[in-house]
Design a protein. Structure first.
Length: 313
């Protein structure tokens, strides 16, 4: 059943004034509250470096905030074959969604070689390193990278990934973007969005389990079903809520909802792939461990790769 996250109906977010959108001072105040809690260099760059003997590893950009500089890394199949379908894997678009980052890295380390003769792979395991270190959804400028994948993006992270992928637009068969839905979406992020935008906060609930977001403009139910089938062997799938939906969207299949990917500026819209999906793991569930969350992301990527590499190639 659904997990009801704590409601915040009587407490306004501690930055800003009700009904007034944030300006530079409020954004600076929000930024000052963000504390570095882990190391991108230790967790991601070191893991990527260990893959250099088996894959092509490139720096596709750099995020710069004041004195902080973060190299953005992409991992590619060593022997790219234009005759094979290509798959884009992205993780860490939201830095706090830990299993997406580590799921992408584990997939490359443990499974990518298995598919070398079936697909080309391009993996960006941690799109938002500043946010990864602070376990935060937004970037340094209080922007959500996953609402800013569009031309002239104000989010450095989104713009850099677009520069990487745009020359290959339309050449991908599939793109899977690895995310989490956490309790802090309800206790921190959604109240912060409301405060930042000068809008009232409307409490909601957090789904207990894994689910997928398909593209309403290009639904691919068989692709989503293949991923659900694989993931449910690892962790549980989120059930429908009392309104027969998940996070305010109606269910279109077991564990699947639709979003307008391109209209919302979502990462899963950037490749021109026929098959796209955004995963959502629930790491705060009493029924799932951190290891299961990473394993669920790996299972989702493997299912996506197998779908295009074995069933449609």
């Amino acid at each position: 059943m659904y997990h009801a996250a704590p409601m915040q109906t009587s407490h306004f977010y501690p930055i800003g004034s009700p009904g007034q959108a944030w300006g530079p001072a409020e954004r600076a105040q929000w930024r000052a509250r963000q504390v570095r809690q882990r190391s991108y260099a230790d967790d991601v760059l070191r893991a990527v470096a260990d893959l250099r003997d088996r894959f092509d590893v490139d720096t596709y950009g750099e995020v710069v905030y004041g004195d902080e500089r973060f190299a953005l890394m992409a991992i590619r199949s060593r022997h790219w074959n234009a005759a094979l379908p290509s798959v884009l894997v992205t993780g860490g678009v939201h830095g706090y969604e830990t299993s997406g980052v580590h799921g992408a890295l584990r997939f490359v380390d443990a499974h990518a070689a298995t598919y070398a003769d079936r697909v080309n792979l391009l993996v960006a395991p941690c799109v938002s390193p500043w946010a990864y270190e602070r376990i935060q959804r937004w970037n340094h400028d209080a922007l959500d990278p996953n609402r800013n994948f569009r031309a002239d993006s104000p989010a450095q992270e989104s713009a850099a990934l677009l520069r990487l992928v745009t020359p290959l637009y339309g050449q991908f068969a599939a793109h899977i973007d690895l995310h989490e839905t956490t309790d802090t979406d309800e206790t921190e992020y959604r109240p912060a969005v409301a405060a930042r935008d000068g809008k009232p906060f409307e409490p909601g609930t957090i789904p207990d389990g894994f689910y997928l977001v398909d593209d309403s403009a290009n639904p691919q139910p068989a692709f989503q079903q293949a991923i659900i089938d694989a993931v449910q062997r690892v962790t549980h799938i989120a059930p429908a809520d009392a309104q027969d939906g998940i996070i305010g969207s109606p269910l279109v299949a077991h564990g699947v909802i639709h979003y307008a990917m391109a209209e919302l500026g979502l990462c899963a819209s950037i490749s021109g792939a026929r098959y796209t999906s955004t995963t959502e793991v629930y790491p705060d569930s009493p029924r799932a461990t951190p290891e299961q969350c990473v394993a669920a992301q790996v299972a989702a990527v493997c299912a996506a790769v197998e779908f295009v590499g074995y069933k449609t190639a």
